[in-house]
Design a protein around this ligand. Structure first.
Ligand SMILES: Cc1cc2nc3c(=O)[nH]c(=O)nc-3n(C[C@H](O)[C@H](O)[C@H](O)COP(=O)(O)O)c2cc1C
Ligand SMILES: CCCCCCC(=O)C(=O)O
Length: 378
């Protein structure tokens, strides 16, 4: 990892080490990928004010997230199928987050189960929930998150209808999964990855297996899962989740001021300004484009988290300047995981931490609380 200096280095290493179907699953977006590109391009358009001769010898990244101390304003976002980027990927990512003193969010669509992670890490983590048609399953899942002592529930509300990812279809990441000679070859030339995945605790959706009969039949399990995304999902369901989850609630996938105001009314503690990393509504504006409006409208009533396109500490600084209290990393740490397991995730976090510290220094800022629109150039 010595010569890895930025997130793009981790991305390229991930691409080399992980079969194409799984790399593309992490890397690509929906339809024409306009929103995926806009997330990055719009962040890069935001410029800083360079400030000089300010004493920045005591810079400090520490902050609070949902009222709990955090070493920096970063969270590992829920990312599905991490266990296919690296054997036991969810456990590796969670351990790296906990070692760095930041929260890890486990996806409903994880390979490791809630219990697998809880039994393998030292501290509590967050759980992300997709509300599926089978509400009995969802209630049981929430009860499992409570039993595992998860400290926050991140309710994702932007995937009730699934945006098509062309590349996943071309790669046979479909239901049922497609096996071709070229795919088998792609796996065969990566024995390290194959061995890691085979040695992992599971090779299918760990939170769902066990609920569906004959879950050893991957096709059946995938078909059940794909059919379970619920297009009837609405604000009443959020009230229901509130009634069965006693802890802190985060609503993820807010991209509109009116929706942000409705999210406040649910009593949730936080919302995530997110377009799902450009994997859902293609043609939506970038997350950074909508952040200031949402922060101005509800930032004093609910904690604002942000994601979409964060690949550097500079990007974190941009989002904090425009009203976010913390940022979720998605692909940035998934690349690290594919590149090098726990060490790769730790590297991704460290790169972003150091870049943020340097950017703060060059903008003449010492604390996270000081970061606001004044650090940005006109
Ligand atoms: C491979 C992949 C899988 C994802 N799976 C989930 C998921 O299971 N649940 C969820 O709420 N968001 C999921 N997301 C969205 C992320 O939580 C986050 O919103 C997004 O990655 C942020 O954009 P970025 O990757 O540009 O940082 C996923 C994103 C990626 C890249
Ligand atoms: C059947 C589609 C499931 C997608 C779940 C993971 C996810 O959110 C993603 O963006 O990918």
């Amino acid at each position: 990892m010595k010569h890895i200096t930025c997130i793009e280095d981790l991305r390229l290493l991930h691409k080399r080490r992980v079969p194409k179907a799984f790399f593309d699953y992490a890397d690509r977006g929906s339809y024409a990928e306009e929103t995926l590109r806009a997330n990055r391009e719009d962040l890069q358009k935001i410029k800083f004010r360079q400030r000089i001769l300010v004493d920045v010898s005591k810079r400090d990244l520490s902050t609070t997230i949902l009222g709990e101390p955090s070493s920096m304003p970063l969270i590992l976002a829920p990312v599905g199928l991490l266990g296919m980027q690296h054997g036991d990927g969810e456990i590796h990512a969670c351990r790296a987050a906990q070692a760095a003193g930041i929260p890890f969010t486990q996806s409903t669509m994880s390979i490791c189960s809630i219990e697998d992670i809880a039994g393998s890490v030292e501290k509590p983590f967050w759980f992300q929930l997709y509300v599926m048609k089978d509400r009995g399953f969802i209630k049981a899942l929430v009860e499992r998150a409570i039993a595992a002592k998860c400290t926050a529930l991140c309710l994702t509300v932007d995937l009730q209808v699934i945006g098509q990812r062309h590349q996943d279809i071309k790669n046979g990441m479909s239901v049922p999964p497609e096996w071709t000679l070229s795919k088998l070859f792609d796996f065969a030339i990566r024995p390290g990855w194959v061995q890691g995945v085979l040695q992992g605790k599971r090779r299918t959706f760990g939170n769902i297996a066990g609920h569906v009969k004959n879950t050893e039949d991957l096709t059946k399990l995938s078909a059940w899962t794909a059919a379970q995304f619920d297009t009837s999902l609405n604000w009443k369901d959020v009230d229901w989740i509130r009634s069965i989850w006693p802890g802190k609630l985060i609503i993820k996938g807010i991209h509109d001021i009116e929706d942000a105001k409705l999210a406040v009314e649910t009593g949730a503690q936080a919302l995530v300004v997110s377009n799902h990393g450009g994997r859902q509504l293609d043609g939506a504006p970038s997350s950074i484009h909508v952040l200031p409006g949402i922060a101005d409208a509800v930032g004093d009533k609910i904690e604002i988290m942000f994601d979409g396109g964060i690949r550097s500490g500079q990007d974190v600084m941009r989002a904090l300047a425009l009203g976010a209290k913390s940022c979720m990393l998605g692909r940035a740490y998934a690349y690290g995981l594919g590149a090098g397991g726990q060490a790769g995730v730790a590297k991704a976090i460290d790169i972003i931490r150091n870049e943020l510290l340097t950017t703060m220094g060059l903008c003449g800022v010492n604390t996270v609380a000081e970061i606001d629109r004044k650090v940005l150039a006109d």
